[in-house]
Structure formats: C-alpha cells, structure tokens
Ligand binder design. Sequence first.
Ligand code: FEO
Length: 130
Amino acid sequence: MAFFQWDDKYSVGVARFDQEHKKLIDLTNRFYDAMKEGKGRDVIGPTCRELVNYTKTHFANEELALAKTSYPNLAEHKREHNLFTNQALDLQKKVESGEPVVISSIGNFLKNWLINHIQGTDKTYSKYFS
Ligand code: FEO
C-alpha cells in the first residue's frame, strides 16, 4: 500500500486542483519510497527536487486562479504556501548535501502538511469556483 493515498474526502471540488494534489501525493510517495529503499543521493536528490518544484508550480497555479476570483483569504493562503515552500527548500538542501535525515519524520511532515492544508485552507476556496 502506498505511504500516502488519495481519498475522495480530500477533493476541493475543482477538478484541475484535485489532479494537481494527486500529483503532489504521487511525488511525495516517490520521494518517500526512494528514502525508504535506501537509494543513493543521486536518486533521492532528484525526487526531492521534483517534489519541491512541482509544489511551487502548484502553489503558483492556485494563487493565479484565486486572484481572478473574489476569494478573500489570498494573502493568508499565500503566506502558508511560502512558509511550506521555505521548509521544503530547507529539506531539499539537507537531502542534496547528504545530511542524515529521519525518513519517517520527513514523510509524516509532508503528508500531514498536505492533508491539513488541502482539507483546511484549500477547501475554503471551493465555493469561489462554482
Ligand atoms: Fe493546494 Fe493551497 O495548495
């Protein structure tokens, strides 16, 4: 069973963003699996970079789309995105420099952050796209 599985309860009711969230889950699993399987830095590094880059792409896509609606919480939403992006970039630096990391802590951090953000903050924009 995958470390992090999509559940329909995570749906934000916007097909495009559900797809992007599914891709984030998939990339999180690939990164987690690479660490768990003890792959080298040459494999773990790029999977981490891909996850971080796609996270930035997704955040930018959401922010652009939200700016075109009357969504009132964009500034706070962006703040959450920026905070996580910085944490993810720190993680990427550690991974790429070969610093030892605690796999379960990283996996759970990414998974819990995404679940909480999608179910808490992202869902507050659903009605602005209907
Ligand atoms: Fe789907 Fe606000 O990130």
